[in-house]
Design a binder for this molecule. Sequence first.
Ligand code: C2E
Ligand code: MG
Ligand code: MG
Length: 752
Amino acid sequence: MNEALVVGKNQETPAAEPPLRVLIAAARPESDAQLTAILREAHQEAAIEAHPSVETALEALSGGNFDIAFISVDLDGEEGIELIGVAPTIAPKTAIIGIVDHRDPERDAQCLSAGALDCLVLEGLTPALVWHVVRFGVSRKRFEDRLRANNDQMVRHLIDLRDAKERAEEQGSAYVGVAEELSIAKEELEEALSKAEDNERRYRALSDTSPVGIWQMDTKGNTLYMNDSIKRLLEVPDDYDCLTIQLESLVIGDDTAPMHAALKRWADGTPGDAELRVTGMRTGEQYHLVMSGVGLPATARDAATILVTAVDVSERKKAEAAMHHMAHHDALTGLPNRSLFLQRIEFSLSETTRSGSYMAVLFLDLDHFKDVNDTLGHPVGDELLIQVSQRLLNCARGSDTVARLGGDEFAILCSNLKSPDQAAELAQRIVETIAHPYNINGDEIHTATSIGISTFPTDAKEPARLVSFADMALYTAKEQGRSNYKFFDAKMDEVVQRRKALENELRDSLLSEQLRLHFQPQIDLISGRLVGAEALIRWQHPVRGLVYPGEFIPVAEQCGLISPIGQWVIEASFIQAKRWSQTLTDPFRVSINLSAVQFRQKNLVQRITEMVESTGTDPDTIEFEITESMLMENPDQAVKAMWGLHELGFSLAIDDFGTGFSSLAYLKKFPVDCLKIDKSFISDMLDDPDYATITSSIIKLAHSLNLRVVAEGVENVQQAAFLLEEHCDLVQGYLYGKPVDADTLAKRLSAA
Ligand code: C2E
Ligand code: MG
Ligand code: MG
């Protein structure tokens, strides 16, 4: 202990040191006075409190901070000892000294074991002794206190140490867990790394052997990696450093803008395809690539990149282009077809409007092309079309479009014309050029053309209408004599519209049974008897009344309705002929007109055979009329059909004879039974000697070939007399009766 204890007057006492506080609990007042006096002598500044009873002493001790207490062992009888016993507890900082009147070892032991530090005998007590007792007692008490305090501190340290140790142990085990986890993580990381390396190797191998081009680049299109396929595709030389290749340097000029757009899209994180054309590095050949790009975002180590897979679709593109060409061009001549022609017109419309110029569509077809095909064969026909297309291209300007619209139909689009006259000049040039002979396989072939012209903006503003109007103009050009050209005018459209309306009505007529057959009598000139009748079709129109065949048969032929109409005529005539054969005793023959279209049909004989069977008509009672031109059109087919009908037992007559070009000798080829002299000869023969000569020659020559002769359109007795004189066999005409319905004719027959 290094702390100075200030207890006496002889000692230097610091001013701040509080005075010694002393409690005296003496059993007798004289003891108290004696002790106080001695203490005063030993410690003049001591604050001394005297308590004559245990009760007040106990209270004072527990409340006050006494340095030392002198307690009589025999205070309040024996209670002094008890007070000494509790004093250390209630006043732990106070040094307790027992007081006895005289020395008694038993009492001393009692006092010390109760807790007193010493036991003083009042007898012989001196201030020096008291000074020592006080000094010793207080020092000891303070030492004990410090000891206790140190001890407490030690205990606290021990507790803290134990806690720290426990915490350390806990943390230690936590660290062990973390370390274990770390080591597992490390193993996993190593495994993942090795897997990643494996994958990388695999992907690299896959990428190098992939048929798909794989190209990694930065967001500007600078190469970071290329697999073998893309190198092959781009024709990258073997020793070339592909990292110096930029996408832009290979993409062809037109595709630069889409390329930049694609790079931006990919870099922004939108994957997708871009079709780009690139140039091969060695050959300079152009390849069409479909590039599918995806952006790989930047990482801590690497900048953002773009991964592109590229597939070469050049072959597909070529095939598509070829298909596109095929879809828009005629295979034979290589010329644009109708669809491309219409597109070109559409394309030129706005340019023509803008420039204030004219545009013309020329529509043309070849005269007698069908004859060339039929007589000389399709290969010759094809060659003729090719040569015609060449001549048309030569006539047209480079900026014109020459198209083949189908069959022998061609069209030319001339744009940027100063006036429609320029189209007329071209048309005239074409008419002349096409008419020059063609040399095909050593044969000289002739053809000719007529041309219809429509113009924009005068006639129409839609491509299809322009073509259709040029077609109408062509139709009119042909009607007005071949080998010329005609501009469209609005009246032609009216005619066509009327025809269309007629077509529709005619179609309905079949369904609503508006067709009728009239019969015109044929008379035997010598006997004057009614021996037959020609079946002539009429259309009982609900509004227009009776419509004659001259008006609707050509329309029916053109729109394909002639087939069902012709069939109806044959069937109705068969039925009527059968009726008459059943009611009349003398032979009676019904003539039926066959149209050219009907006659060309391959199954004509077959159909007629079926109708013979279904109606039960005797072919002997029927004559079919065909015209000269029908024989000329396709002689081989005509011979076949006529022999077929002849073998079935039908008679065959040549109608309107004399108007065509056939010679009588030519007729020998055909199984013909009768000639019908056209009414134009009959009507003029009495006025014009040439006609009279022709008529009598026809009759004579026909007879020389064993053919019957019918004179058509006999209107007066003079004509009849002349024909009788010339030995004409039969006559037909208004003189003998106009065409009438079957019932009317039947009445006349029964009256005869
Ligand atoms: P086509 O076969 O030469 O018929 C004779 C035409 O002359 C009939 O005219 C008849 O009415 C008319 N005709 C008869 N006698 C006289 C006369 O004395 N004077 C005058 N001026 N004319 C007379 P239609 O009935 O108008 O028939 C015209 C043409 O229509 C026919 O000429 C025929 O080529 C065709 N045709 C009539 N019916 C049919 C048919 O069922 N099928 C086919 N394919 N054509 C028919
Ligand atoms: Mg006739
Ligand atoms: Mg006739």
